[in-house]
Design a protein around this ligand. Structure first.
Ligand SMILES: [Zn+2]
Length: 251
């Protein structure tokens, strides 16, 4: 994902379900969230947010990696892409969840493109990076929902794979709550616990489409040479609801 807390907002429920089934969870963000404070400077808030992201991943006994790009300056360039490929070769993921390729800000969109390319580049021997070994196969790639389920023009983007996360909502809330610097900031500005409320409202909206209380939405990357079978469905079974939709549809 692009920033600390994106994974927790968009996909912590699914990560918790996979973790409960024995999966090893790794959360990685492109940046440590330098921009996420009006009180602390970039270095100070980054140090705080790396710890918060580590704590959130630790809820699932997972690991956290920060690739040390900068907020609003995540670049699609060779050094950044090679950082993502290096991470993928180290972690060797079976399944990757990244940001939506169409989203509210470029950091998310660029991250999505970096993850898409890295899934393939990680297996290619001639993409040479000292100290890394190519992985054996392209991971299953899924795109999480765009933030608040809409693109830059306000069009709804709806995941056609909806994961029922009702049984793990408390864990998701706990993981998001680990990002207390962001939670408290929003709470101070709006007077309510907007951080958690917005996440739950969005989960409810997806839940209505899936016929359950809370859900997370995904779309699978099904382009040529990426895995075509639905690994999320295979792992989570009845908790996954398929919904036939157009890329843009109104809810
Ligand atoms: Zn973000």
């Amino acid at each position: 994902m692009a920033h600390p807390d994106d994974a927790e907002i968009l996909s912590a429920g699914t990560l918790a379900l996979l973790s409960a089934r024995g999966w090893e969870v790794v959360i990685a963000t492109m940046t440590p969230g330098q921009a996420g404070s009006v009180i602390w400077g970039p270095e100070e808030i980054s140090a705080v947010r790396r710890k918060e992201a580590e704590a959130a991943a630790a809820v699932l006994n997972g690991q956290y990696y920060c690739l040390e790009s900068e907020d609003v300056r995540i670049m699609y360039d060779t050094p950044t892409l090679m950082n993502v490929v290096t991470l993928f070769r180290k972690v060797n993921p079976a399944l990757v969840i990244t940001a939506s390729p169409s989203d509210y800000m470029l950091d998310h969109e660029i991250t999505s493109h970096l993850a898409q390319s890295a899934c393939m580049a990680a297996v290619i021997p001639n993409i040479r990076i000292t100290g890394t070994t190519p992985i054996a196969r392209v991971p299953h790639l899924y795109y999480a929902d765009a933030v608040q389920g809409k693109d830059r023009l306000g069009h709804a983007i709806q995941g056609d794979i909806l994961v029922d996360i009702g049984s793990v909502m408390e864990i998701k809330e706990h993981m998001l709550g680990c990002h207390s610097s962001q939670r408290e900031w929003l709470q101070k500005m709006s007077g309510v616990d907007e951080y958690i409320i917005l996440m739950k409202n969005f989960g409810e909206r997806n839940g209505k489409l899936a016929g359950c209380t809370y859900a997370e939405g995904y779309r699978q990357h099904l382009g040529f040479s990426y895995p075509q079978d639905d690994l999320l469905m295979a792992e989570l079974g009845d908790l996954v609801h398929r919904r036939i939709s157009n890329e843009y549809d109104t809810i």
